[in-house]
Design a protein around this ligand. Structure first.
Ligand SMILES: [Zn+2]
Length: 267
């Protein structure tokens, strides 16, 4: 089991590295978001392949550009680590293959499809988390196609089922849409509403409620900590989608476990 985990962590970290390029180019609205060579933000030197090894390059150059020695933001390293963890954690949920040094021992196609689906949705969610934290907005290229994808795939999945999915999507949209309307976009923005719809379709209405609850609890704890550490003031605008993304991951990975513990504790 340890070999696939190492391989998937490396692939995931590479996807994280790619995501940081996508985020940067989306913000600059550069042409060729998905293609074109990577370059340093400061000296604009094109990076060699040896500067592009996820995690390793960053650590080897102590977080600095290999050419101009300007510091590279820690978020690049974090994004690579988080995407590595994303691949590993969904592999543990959907262990679609195992192999040794000499042979593939086990392979399951359905588990592979589920793994690809959840890793893709997770990858987009991580993009939303980092983009919103950095730029206080959410690009629709992240949300709208993913909403469509989740709806279409949801038609073929046994869980949460069409009815729960549609109610969940509507509930997520209305709940966050109402807050945007009441606060005149001061608390939340249109992007948060889209993330709400996405979560509702992904979870169905029952697990959506759990995911939103978890998001608010995590959001409160982190906001209070940031206030206490004086990293923000009560007037600062704190992005909300990152908490929704964290709540979504906690629910995807541990939702059933949390519900079991909760139900066992009241009955
Ligand atoms: Zn440079």
């Amino acid at each position: 089991m340890i070999l696939p985990i190492i391989v998937l962590f490396i692939i995931g970290a590479a996807f994280g590295s790619f995501l940081s390029v996508v985020i940067y180019r989306l913000h600059k609205e550069k042409k060729g978001i998905f293609f074109g060579k990577s370059e340093c933000l400061y000296c604009h030197k094109h990076l060699k392949w040896s500067d592009l090894i996820p995690v390793v390059s960053y650590l080897m150059h102590l977080g600095k550009c290999a050419h101009c020695k300007k510091p590279i933001h820690i978020s690049y390293l974090l994004l690579e680590l988080v995407c590595g963890l994303l691949f590993v954690s969904f592999y543990l949920v959907y262990p679609f293959f195992t192999f040794n040094f000499d042979a593939i021992i086990f392979f399951d196609f359905i588990l592979l499809l589920k793994f690809i689906y959840f890793v893709f949705v997770g990858w987009i969610l991580i993009g939303i988390l980092f983009y919103d934290t950095k730029h206080l907005e959410i690009p629709e290229i992240f949300t709208l196609p993913t909403i469509l994808l989740i709806f279409v795939v949801g038609l073929f999945l046994p869980e949460p089922g069409l009815q729960s999915m549609v109610i969940g999507g509507a509930l997520g949209g209305l709940f966050f849409g109402a807050q945007v309307w009441i606060s005149k976009e001061k608390w939340l923005g249109a992007g948060d509403v889209q993330v709400g719809i996405l979560m509702g379709l992904l979870f169905g209405w029952q697990l959506l409620i759990l995911a939103v609850l978890i998001s608010y609890i995590i959001g409160s704890i982190i906001s209070i900590a940031l206030l206490a550490l004086k990293k923000v003031t009560p007037k600062s605008q704190i992005p909300f989608a990152p908490f929704l993304v964290i709540g979504t991951f906690v629910t995807l990975l541990f939702g059933d476990l949390i519900l079991d513990i909760y139900l066992n504790s009241i009955f």
